[in-house]
Design a protein around this ligand. Structure first.
Ligand code: M6R
Length: 601
């Protein structure tokens, strides 16, 4: 989940380059941050580190010495509290080796005990610190290498990496060889190819100002990154690996906030445009995937969080539009069902990042069993993308707000197109997405936003909210509740309208805040019945609907877009969550305890 950025080159402002890279990566973890540099021109001196708890904000590293080799880290704490000392980078006893790390070293306790017996002194509570002492220990036992022999430092990193249990990405530097040595198993790492300078990062978006040529490290791959060369090899066998260079398609501007105060607001505003683009793309891929789905025994859509809500929504889209029963599951729960799924089935893996560990774990196991994988993923080149047999890019551009917005609505648009392709009428799907884009534009640009802002002002101090939907609006209710709770910290629950009387209605008393999603579909009368039941018990009912009704105390109009109305409805939910967060004085881009890519289990 942590952000990693490393630089080696000729520019002696490496610490500043690294700090800028980290600022672009802060959404991956923001408990603390740190930068380490090998000072220029002092071969035998120690590595200098600056690290601090809290967000990177407008931090500076001007007090760090100049140097052409530096790396840094933004942390999402796993082992060890959020303190300056536990922040990365970590140093060995001699302060001449430094490490940054993403993942969990599962055998850190036994490694630590062995290293302490050998005389190493630990200063932090982290699992990470064992890595740097382990490399130090291996180096002690390595004779000075003759010219042309295998470099001692990378050999020691390789040995240490092979001792680690768990899923880890590591980078180490030292004061004597002008290089970064990186290794990956599970957690993502990408190498960036520059001109006389090279880079490492946990996320390709951070590399955009420097290079678009990248190599994604696969599991067990290591890289020795120097200013003039990049060597990639297998950490277990030592065999050389040819770089698989890929070109990043995003622009630097796509990954910036521009005129918006927060990434989330910018990303919400991009949605109408993205939807129009999806509707105007060639439908051939949707048609090909529709055929693949029809040819599979059974098809399961899975994802985590917002992507899990998209998977659940897909089941309604496929049954309503294509008369096809699509199974769905939450990624972290799906492992238990894999053994009973036939090899001729297909798994549709949905993900913005393509790095969500819960999802990757299922996909790996399914793939080993020969189950076909279709990934619908936003980050082209990500682990999920590379693992899949079939891929469909979401095409939403970089999404940096921790709360997923445009990736969700773009996923839904693609799924809707596939469902229409299965029906043999993809053109109608395209028309609906255009309608959804118009409806979304109306919500984002009209007086609806002022209404949402006013509503947020009125609701900012409530402690609980319930969101009710039926049919495809049930996943909308879940997504609305997820958005509200993750960024505004108000407890919100998504409830299937039909379930109210089976328990949740007991929570409703005078003034309970309830959002009712009532689109112009076959669920309308049932859901309005629920709205009346809520009102009869004193609830304050906020309606999201194509028309106003006496049951609604507040009403947000959402223009009907047929089966695609899920899209503008979710956008209203995103906006409400956003403005509630602003009213409550929190940062919507970096909610507490969360990070953008959940790369640990
Ligand atoms: O990158 P992914 O789509 O695989 O991420 C899955 C979830 O971690 C993500 O959707 C999370 O729930 C968001 N914070 C929700 O806004």
């Amino acid at each position: 989940m942590c952000g990693i950025f490393g630089y080696v080159g000729k520019n002696n402002s490496a610490p500043t380059i690294v700090l800028d890279g980290l600022k672009r990566l802060e959404y991956r973890g923001y408990d603390s941050w740190g930068v380490a540099v090998v000072p220029e021109g002092k071969k035998e001196s120690v590595i200098v580190v600056k690290k601090k708890t809290g967000k990177i904000g407008d931090a500076s590293v001007s007090e760090l010495p100049k140097g052409t080799l530096a790396f840094g880290h933004t942390r999402w704490a796993t082992h060890g509290g959020v303190t300056d000392i536990n922040a990365h980078p970590h140093l060995d006893c001699t302060k001449t080796i430094a490490v940054i790390h993403n993942g969990i070293v599962e055998n850190h306790e036994e490694l630590r005990a062995t290293l302490i017996k050998k005389g190493h002194t630990f200063v932090s509570e982290t699992d990470t610190e064992v890595i740097v002492h382990l490399v130090e220990e291996y180096l002690k036992h390595t004779k000075p290498a003759p010219r042309d022999a295998e470099p001692a430092f990378s050999k020691a990193v390789q040995q240490a990496f092979n001792d680690l249990d768990g899923l880890n990405a590591i980078i180490l530097i030292n004061t004597t060889s002008h290089e970064m040595v990186a290794a990956r198993n599970g957690s993502p790492l990408v190498v960036g190819f520059g001109d006389g300078e090279n880079f490492l990062a946990s996320d390709p978006a951070a590399l955009l100002p420097h290079t678009k040529q990248v190599h994604y490290l696969e599991d067990d791959e290591m890289a020795i990154v120097r200013d003039g060369s990049i060597h990639i090899f297998n950490a277990r066998t030592g065999e050389r690996v040819r770089p698989r260079k890929q070109l990043l398609t995003w622009s630097e501007k796509d990954a910036e906030k521009g005129k918006f105060p927060y990434f989330m607001l910018k990303e919400m505003h991009e949605q109408p445009g993205l939807l129009s683009e999806i509707a105007s793309e060639s439908p051939e891929q949707a048609k090909a995937l529709a055929r693949e789905i029809r040819e599979s025994d059974r098809v399961y859509a899975i994802g985590a969080g917002t992507s899990g809500n998209a998977a659940r929504a897909a089941t309604y889209l496929f049954s309503d539009i294509a008369n096809y029963l699509l199974n769905w599951g939450i990624a972290s729960e799906f492992n238990h069902r894999l053994p009973i799924i036939s090899e001729s089935s297909m798994l549709i893996a949905l993900s913005q990042s393509g790095e969500t560990m819960d999802l990757l774990e299922v996909v790996k196991k399914a793939k080993d069993r020969g189950i076909k994988i279709l990934s619908i993923v936003n980050v082209v080149g990500s682990s999920l993308w590379r693992m899949a047999d079939l891929t469909m890019p979401i095409g939403a551009g970089p999404e940096k707000g921790v709360a997923s917005t445009k990736a969700f609505t773009s996923k839904i648009a693609h799924l809707l197109l596939i469902a229409y392709a299965m029906k043999g009428d993809v053109a109608s799907g395209q028309k609906l997405i255009i309608r959804a884009a118009r409806s979304a534009q109306k919500v984002i640009n009209s007086s609806a936003v002022d209404q949402i802002k006013n509503l947020a002002k009125a609701l900012k101090d409530v402690r609980h909210m319930y969101v009710i939907g039926k049919g495809i609006s049930f996943p909308v209710a879940l997504e609305c509740a997820l958005k509200i709770k993750e960024i505004s910290y108000i407890h919100a629950e998504g409830i299937a309208a039909g379930e109210l009387k089976h328990g949740p209605l007991a929570l409703v008393t005078k003034g309970t805040q309830c959002i009712v999603i009532a689109p112009n579909d076959e669920t309308y009368h049932d859901v309005m019945g629920s709205a009346m039941e809520l009102k009869a018990r004193g609830a304050h009912v906020i309606g999201l609907s194509f028309k106003n009704d006496e049951a609604f105390d507040d009403f947000i109009p959402v223009m009907d877009a047929g089966e695609a109305t899920i899209i503008p409805n979710v956008i209203v939910a995103q906006l409400l969550a956003y403005y509630l967060t602003i009213e409550r004085g929190f940062d919507p881009d970096m909610p507490r305890n969360l990070a953008k890519s959940v790369t640990v289990k």
